[in-house]
Design a protein. Structure first.
Length: 129
């Protein structure tokens, strides 16, 4: 799919003009300025819908270049959504890890405070500084 797109020099129409295959990966999933993968994919899908002649008798033809564009965009969007989900999950895991470490530290402090003076001095002497 990518090989064919590279060989024919496939570009993607956008609000900022044509975007080549190498640059399309740099386009954000979402943005406030209308330049994003979702808008580009919607534009390609709209073109495909307008170009498709609906017939109940003759076979329906599809513009292969627009289908290729849409297929590539779907792969890129899927990859970016997966990366976004992974980043979110890792951030949540870091927060949970920090909470667990705090809880462990609090338990250790509580356990330390429950020890006798003699036990604390013995542990202190055992430490090499």
């Amino acid at each position: 799919m990518y090989k064919k797109a590279l060989l024919i020099g496939l570009t993607f129409p956008s609000s900022r003009g044509s975007v080549n295959l190498l640059d399309i990966n740099q386009v954000p999933l979402r943005s406030n300025n209308g330049f994003n993968l979702d808008k580009i994919a919607q534009g390609v899908a709209d073109c495909m819908e307008k170009e498709t002649k609906h017939s109940f008798v003759e076979p329906v033809t599809v513009n292969n270049l627009n289908q290729l564009r849409l297929d590539i965009l779907k792969v890129i969007i899927t990859d970016k959504l997966a990366a976004e989900a992974t980043t979110k999950r890792k951030a949540e895991n870091r927060i949970n890890r920090d909470k667990l470490l705090e809880a462990l530290a609090a338990k250790d402090d509580k356990a330390m405070k429950g020890k006798s003076r003699k036990q604390l001095l013995k542990e202190l002497d055992a430490l090499e500084v």
